[in-house]
Write a protein that binds this ligand. Structure first.
Ligand code: ZN
Length: 373
């Protein structure tokens, strides 16, 4: 279906265009130019201003000629470091970096597939729905682009995020919601040898609280973890302040909230019992992806996978992606596998066959939406 030479050339052009989180200006300008050449109207929201980035999320629209439901396609423009000066090399049908940088197939594969799929549909005069494209900023390190996306500019109620390292044909149906927490216990300093009874050891408070807390695997869809802990100034001082950070996750937001409530309560009660002060910072990060069989967005993606001659597979992930934010905002979104490997590593690589397949899958999604009455 797609033009294989062109999708590879686009991929090479994108990965060799420097980009980083909050430094997406250069690649955004290139993507804007390519979308406008296809007839899209392109605008940027003010997410960049909100988070101190060079540019906002790119939002592009192209009116269609068939189907009533708009199709929303999303990938992200930033990449992890080191992602400047990438020199891609091809060996045996696979694209690698030269080993001194990442490859940035995460997520130039998604960007290339969206551009090529749409270009193909236009060139071949295929019926197509209204298409909305969102290229986010600052996906890496906290989904800050999609958290600050201006959702009021979007019409679509279903979205496909092309950004999963799973093979083409796999659909991410489950990804947990997340809440991050910081608990800072402030006890009372005293000399550990001379007058320990005059102090309140914040670490002992933490230990007492943790011993009463449900942590780790809470149930088959809920987890909680304390991953950072620090405190203390000297071996002979009663430890005055102790801080711990972690997150709670669940496929069911209510279960996550219940877990957070449980931890807050244990912390508050235990601190009160010891006479320590609790400073807590608890932040909801994003909701979950939890698409059940029969979900229309999922059914359409499955139908598109079958259109390219494959059988869809369904996968769960423990991490967050832009799809979490779309679902949080009421847009049913699934993350599509694009077959890149070892993302964020210097050994990241992208098989060309997978790059071509995900391009074909974008064409198939366009056809699927155009076929909807
Ligand atoms: Zn990514």
């Amino acid at each position: 279906m797609i033009n294989k030479e062109r999708i590879l050339a686009t991929f090479m052009e994108l990965v060799t265009t420097d980009s980083a989180t909050k430094q997406e200006g250069k690649i955004a300008a290139l993507l804007q130019q390519k979308l406008e050449a296809m007839g899209f109207t392109v605008e940027f929201d003010d997410a960049g201003k909100k988070i101190g980035g060079e540019v906002g999320n790119l939002i592009a629209k192209l009116p269609g000629n068939a189907g009533k439901k708009p199709l929303l396609l999303c990938s992200h423009m930033d990449r992890v470091t080191p992602g400047f000066g990438i020199k891609p090399v091809i060996r045996d049908g696979v694209i690698y970096s030269d080993g001194s940088t990442i490859l940035a197939s995460d997520d130039c594969t998604g960007l290339s597939a969206i551009l090529e799929g749409i270009q193909t549909a236009i060139e071949q005069n295929l019926p197509r729905p209204d298409i909305e494209v969102v290229f986010t900023i600052a996906e890496e390190g906290g989904l800050n682009g999609s958290k600050n996306l201006d959702y009021s500019r979007l019409k679509a109620t279903e979205a496909y995020v092309i950004d999963s390292s799973t093979p083409v044909g796999s659909l991410i149906t489950k990804a947990p919601a997340q809440t991050k927490f910081t608990y800072r216990i402030v006890g009372k300093a005293a000399h550990g040898g001379v007058a320990p009874e005059k102090g309140i050891n914040a670490l002992y408070v933490a230990a007492a609280a943790i011993s009463k807390m449900k942590l780790g695997r809470i149930d088959h869809e809920t987890t909680a973890n304390i991953g950072l802990a620090s405190g203390g100034t000297a071996t002979n001082a009663v430890l005055e302040t102790f801080e711990m950070k972690g997150d709670a996750r669940s496929l069911v937001v209510e279960k996550m909230n219940a877990q957070v409530e449980h931890m807050n309560q244990v912390m508050e009660e235990t601190c009160a019992q010891f006479g320590a002060r609790l400073e807590k910072d608890v932040q909801f990060s994003y909701g979950s992806v939890n698409l059940q069989p029969g979900n229309e967005a999922l059914e359409r993606a499955s139908a598109a996978v079958r259109r390219i001659g494959m059988e869809p597979t369904y996968a769960a992930t423990g991490g967050g992606a832009d799809a979490n934010l779309f679902n949080t905002k009421g847009i049913a979104a699934t993350d599509l596998g694009c077959g890149y490997n070892n993302p964020h590593g210097l050994d990241e690589y992208q098989p060309i066959s997978e790059l071509e397949k995900i391009g074909d899958l974008v064409v198939a999604l366009i056809e699927e939406y155009a076929s909807l009455g």
